[in-house]
Design a protein. Structure first.
Length: 203
């Protein structure tokens, strides 16, 4: 992959749309892509590894991180708290390497305010029916939690227009390709500067 510009990219979208699946596919193809590991107060699902999928922390430690400005953003989602540790993201960007966050809508809005240059990508389902069947098919939540997540998903879908780009997760490989393209795309200012230079270049 061509060396991407150091840019913060946020991938968001409703629970069950396939964010984790698409990010895992990106990492499988491009292990060099750096993905932030969030802290969460949620209990690990079977197979989830502490420090790899999440840093699983207790409520007290989460409070401490918030109080000490240790999180770039954080949100409460379906009864649990989730946040992005700030220092590793800063280190990545300072080193000139891109950073990818996979977070929900309230967090994406906070990043928009705190890091206005960040690229906000919304992962959308091909249809509402596909979203419902993916969330149920994953089988990791009790029906009551699934309904709570679907109610949130409806509001999250309405927010797609706030994002810079919408990627439809119709097919995992195709969506992963599109996301990789976005990660490696120069920021718009540089893109338009280059286009302007190309337009004014003599034939
Ligand atoms: P999220 O991280 O957005 O909550 P997941 O990555 O856990 O969602 O995916 C939810 C379910 O949908 C999983 O069972 C996953 O295998 C399935 N899935 C993801 N992407 C697709 C796709 N493009 N087509 C069909 N099923 C998908
Ligand atoms: P899950 O419990 O399914 O792993 O995650 C629930 C939701 O929290 C998903 O939409 C996921 O993207 C989001 N999430 C994961 N980490 C973070 C984070 O650090 N900050 C925010 N705001 N949301 C997160």
């Amino acid at each position: 992959m061509a060396r991407p510009s150091a840019r913060l990219t946020v991938l968001s979208g409703p629970s069950g749309v396939g964010k984790g699946t698409v990010v895992a596919e990106v990492r499988r193809r491009h292990p060099e892509v750096w993905v932030s590991v969030s802290v969460t107060t949620r209990q690990p699902r079977p197979g989830e590894v502490d420090g790899e999928h999440y840093h699983f922390v207790d409520a007290e430690y989460f409070d401490w991180l918030v109080a000490n400005d240790g999180l770039l953003e954080w949100a409460e989602y379906a009864g649990n708290r989730y946040g992005t540790p700030k220092a590793p993201v800063d280190e990545q960007l300072t080193a000139g390497a891109p950073a990818l966050l996979e977070i929900e809508l309230q967090g994406a809005r906070q990043v928009r305010v705190r890091a206005p240059d960040a690229q906000l990508v919304f992962l959308a389902p091909p249809s509402w029916a596909a979203l419902v069947s993916r969330l149920a098919g994953r089988g990791t939540e009790l029906p009551e939690v699934q309904s709570r997540r679907l109610a949130l998903a409806q509001a999250e879908l309405d927010a797609a227009g706030e994002f810079d780009v919408v990627v439809v997760n119709d097919d995992v490989a195709r969506a992963a390709d599109e996301l990789v393209g976005l990660l490696t795309a120069p920021p718009p200012s540089r893109r338009s500067a280059r286009n302007a230079a190309e337009r004014s270049a003599p034939e």
